[in-house]
Design a protein around this ligand. Structure first.
Ligand code: 6R9
Length: 664
């Protein structure tokens, strides 16, 4: 049988945790053994970190796979766990959110204030007729009201569906319709790139086609003129005048908490459904374990948008359940200057920073003198999420943000998994740059071949999860069949039809185990290239390119080729001041092709490399290789391998046409 995925990249650097962090770490190496000895007892102990109104009768009901129930019979209120219990414990004056608007305006919100705002919003939503089980769509910029709106829904048992503020009226319409949302919470707009960016007109357009929507709540942020209809209510005239008294009712552990739409490669977006008890248990535990959160002293900052799952689990639920102080930033990293992120770290004395590889590679492109201009000495831990982080980007992050000494946690997880699944533990793991290392305690991940057999160390294949986990998706909203089809039908019982076989979750990612058994993520399996009979991952070739000192970022795709089946075509963004014109560009391209051949072997040598100023990304920063594949295949590139301007990207942009709004 042929290899599932070639293993080309060999990385040997390894960085043990700083002694001081290890000595005081929230979670030690014992956690692995404890979880292995009794996985359900382990998760039961983590659930015990939350406040429950009623104790569960059973930790896991897996009698009807792949439909799981966690903490069966238990009852809790998610918002109570994120707010009330901290206030009741006397920590109401502690800052929950240091909010920084893009124009530089700020708000400081304590746990007591966040609690009051949430109670007001819960009362206002109730007055508008929202009851437990109803769906509420949230379409907001990165303002504190976004967190308040989510928590208010959780408080009254309404299911929120946050739609990223960059999505179009059509995408918003589809999502509102799919969930039959009763209320939409939005704003007049937000600030992006130094300008107000309107949201309300998009909502007006969507709501016109969404008969389920009875009310629209509008936060005033920019003060720009907005059209007004009978369904519209200003937040400040509704929420901010409501009573601050509200008693949180407990809901079943399996009560729906939120739907979050994630786009597959082609098909219509999937409404990923998460429920309450298991989700909060794992979001809270992983934030505690992987970020080593110390509520007394840490200032945590996750740069994600609240519209992505990262914002749900690691801005709202995980950090707030742990009672930590965090920073929330409205805008873009280069407004008004390219040092904005580092200025914020400096200003709020951020201790833990969680960001995306795309941001790190952008910072690499801008150059290391930008972070060097700020005091980053408050930082003690760095995190990464969203894509494989190339070893060189990892090294750059450690060197130029982490003073060459901070641990980096590369956290693999998905909208579907709800929380982190594979990641170093910062006080335990000697991390390797580019590897997510090992499954977290209580998580059973593996890499398998086409037949679902575990691959040996050194082998590559498909990433799977062998056992259910508390924050797993429960289904695709309204489409159980698609849930089974997409995630459970590739391997195990769902593939064989044999009830004796275990149910195995297929994540859709390629991965490999290195010689020590550590896991390396290799990108989506849809992106794998088949070159002369070898399955080559885009990630490894991209990492080889980024390991060249002149490259900040790279995207690689397989294009149809008459001799090799597919050939590797690469798009590379040069670093800082690299000379890319004329002969210098040609020379660099030749050098890069040889560099890849030398690093990974001749099989991985790109047929073509184009130097480009930008790459097409999804709204959450993932590279859109599908678009690049179109460019690589449909255009006769001839000898013109150097692109000095953005013509390739303009071509891509024009190809995107009216479909600009969605990531798929
Ligand atoms: C949290 C989030 C999920 C997909 C996932 C994988 C990629 C995320 C990663 C990573 C390598 C990491 N991904 N984290 N790949 N290393 N640390 O991003 O959720 O938006 O649903 O995307 O992102 O391909 O399958 P989501």
């Amino acid at each position: 049988m042929s290899e599932a995925l070639a293993n080309l990249l060999n990385e040997t650097r390894q960085f043990p945790p700083p002694a001081e962090l290890a000595a005081a770490a929230n979670v030690t190496a014992d956690a692995y053994g404890e979880a292995e000895a009794d996985r359900l007892a382990f998760w039961e102990r983590q659930a015990g970190r939350l406040s429950w109104a009623k104790q569960w009768d059973q930790v896991l009901d897996w009698s009807n796979p792949p439909f799981a129930k966690w903490f069966v019979g238990g009852q809790l209120n998610v918002a109570y766990n994120c707010l009330d219990r901290h206030v009741e414990a006397g920590r109401g004056d502690k800052v929950a959110i240091h909010w920084e608007g893009e124009p530089g305006d700020t708000r400081t919100i304590t746990y007591a204030e966040l609690h009051e705002l949430t109670c007001q919003a819960a009362n206002a939503l109730t007055d508008l007729g929202v009851v437990a089980g109803d769906r509420v769509a949230i379409y907001l910029p990165m303002v504190p009201e976004a967190a308040v709106a989510m928590l208010a829904c959780a408080r009254i048992g309404a299911t929120h569906s946050v739609v990223f503020g960059g999505f179009s009226a059509e995408s918003l319409t589809n999502r509102i319709q799919d969930a039959s949302a009763k209320v939409v919470i939005t704003a007049d707009g937000g600030y992006r790139r130094g300008k107000p960016s309107a949201l309300k007109p998009t909502v007006d357009e969507a709501v016109a086609n969404c008969p389920s929507v009875e009310h629209v709540l509008v936060v005033r942020r920019t003060g720009e003129e907005v059209a007004w209809s009978a369904k519209d209510h200003w937040w400040h005239e509704t929420v901010e005048v409501a009573s601050t008294a509200h008693t949180a009712e407990a809901f079943d552990a399996e009560h729906p908490l939120f739907i979050l739409y994630t786009s597959g490669t082609t098909a219509r977006p999937k409404g990923i459904l998460h429920t309450s008890g298991g989700y909060l248990t794992q979001a809270a535990y992983t934030a505690h374990a992987v970020f080593d959160l110390k509520p007394e002293s840490d200032v945590y900052w996750c740069t994600a948008d609240i519209g992505w799952v990262t914002g749900h689990s690691y801005i709202v639920y995980g950090p707030l359940a742990n009672g930590v102080t965090q920073v929330m930033y409205e805008g873009t990293p280069d407004t008004p200057h390219k040092g904005r992120f580092w200025e914020i770290v400096d200003k709020y004395q951020v201790t833990i920073l969680y960001t995306a590889p795309t941001l790190i590679r952008t910072m690499m492109k801008w150059g290391e003198d930008i972070p060097a201009g700020f005091d980053l000495s408050s930082l003690r831990l760095l995190g990464s999420v969203g894509e494989p982080i190339n070893p060189e980007a990892w090294m750059w992050y450690r060197q130029h943000v982490g003073r060459g000494e901070l641990p980096i946690v590369d956290t693999w997880w998905q909208t579907e998994t709800g929380s982190m699944m594979i990641s170093p533990l910062p006080g335990v793991t000697a991390a390797k740059p580019g590897s997510a290392m090992t499954p977290l305690p209580g998580v059973v991940a593996d890499v398998v071949d086409d037949q679902g057999q575990s691959v040996p160390n050194g082998g590559g294949g498909y990433l799977v999860l062998r056992e259910p986990w508390p924050s797993m998706l429960r289904t695709i909203w309204g489409d159980d069949n698609r849930f089974i089809e997409t995630y459970w039908s590739r391997f195990g019982a769902g593939a064989s039809g044999n009830a004796e076989d275990p149910w195995i979750y297929f994540a859709g990612d390629g991965a490999k185990k290195d010689d020590d058994g550590h896991i390396w993520l290799l990108g989506r399996v849809d992106d794998v290239m088949l070159v002369s009979g070898h399955n080559i991952s885009t990630t490894e070739v991209e990492s080889a390119l980024v390991s060249h000192p002149s490259v900040a970022e790279a995207a690689v795709v397989g294009a149809t080729d008459p001799t090799t089946g597919q050939a590797i075509v690469a798009f590379a963004i040069p670093r800082g001041t690299t000379e890319t014109g004329g002969e210098a560009g040609e020379q660099l391209i030749a050098e890069l092709r040889n560099h890849v051949a030398k690093t990974l072997g001749p099989i991985a040598k790109p047929r073509q490399i184009m130097l480009v100023p930008e790459l097409p990304k999804t709204r959450s920063g993932k590279i859109m290789r599908r678009l690049l594949r179109d460019v690589a295949e449909n255009r006769s590139l001839g000898d013109v391998t150097t692109l000095q301007d953005s013509s390739v990207m303009e071509l891509i942009a024009s190809g995107m046409g009216g479909g600009k709004s969605d990531e798929d």
